[in-house]
Design a protein. Structure first.
Length: 235
């Protein structure tokens, strides 16, 4: 199969792994994610993955707790490591080789090294980039952009619960307008809350295309890597 994007960064929120309450782990959702990654691997994609930790901890949900921002962000980064280890085991159950690589938590994951990570990808292994950037005050959106650039990814896929970028929340507003494509400048100027501004700026400065698409629609991931127009392209 001819691929437009061979090496990709797949960014997901922790909520895709959560149970019906929006927290913790739903192992059927984890298994479904593993099968979708296996499908991408089978058609020749080299997959790097960043999953947020919001199903366990997120600063903004706990900002009123008596915990310093830096410590709260560290808890969030450790939550992404937990998610990474869970996904690793699900991938192993599907017969895929994978590695959890992190800028923190060296006792439970490989320390992230871009050269080693690129080697894993070339060998067909899934690279789970856990632990965010390893520093507080950065979101997992920015971590995904940074790792995508370090790994020479062809595209940044931001998988969400809607089918692209809108001028306002399409779940709340029936008349919301969808954008088929946007320039990075437009995304920054309109402040559309696609991802944080640091992540957009990183992608803009390094010409890394971003595609925002519906994670839940079956076949979307496979279709987009072959070049079909899915979701919203930001470039």
């Amino acid at each position: 199969m001819k691929l437009k994007y061979k090496r990709l960064m797949l960014k997901l929120s922790g909520e895709v792994l959560a149970d019906k309450s929006g927290a913790g782990i739903d192992f059927s959702a984890v298994a479904a994610l593993a099968r979708r990654i296996k499908s991408l691997n089978r058609i020749g994609c080299e997959v790097a993955l960043v999953v947020g930790g919001g199903n366990f901890w997120r600063y903004r949900d706990n900002s009123k707790c008596a915990i310093e921002r830096q410590d709260s962000d560290t808890i969030g980064m450790l939550a992404t490591v937990m998610n990474g280890i869970i996904i690793f085991n699900a991938l192993k159950g599907e017969g895929l080789e994978a590695r959890v690589m992190s800028g923190i938590a060296g006792d439970v994951a490989e320390i992230f090294d871009s050269k080693f990570a690129r080697g894993h990808l070339k060998k067909g292994r899934v690279v789970i980039c856990a632990g965010g950037t390893g520093l507080p005050f950065f979101t997992t959106d920015t971590a995904a952009a940074l790792r995508a650039l370090q790994l020479n990814c062809d595209v940044y896929l931001k998988a969400t619960k809607v089918d692209g970028v809108y001028d306002k929340d399409p779940i709340k507003y029936k008349g919301a307008k969808k954008f088929d494509s946007l320039s990075f400048g437009e995304a920054l100027e309109k402040d559309l809350k696609v991802m944080d501004l640091t992540a957009i700026s990183l992608c803009k400065d390094n010409n890394l295309p971003v595609i925002v698409l519906d994670y839940w629609k079956k076949g979307n991931l496979e279709a987009v890597v072959t070049g079909k127009k899915i979701g919203t392209l930001i470039s």
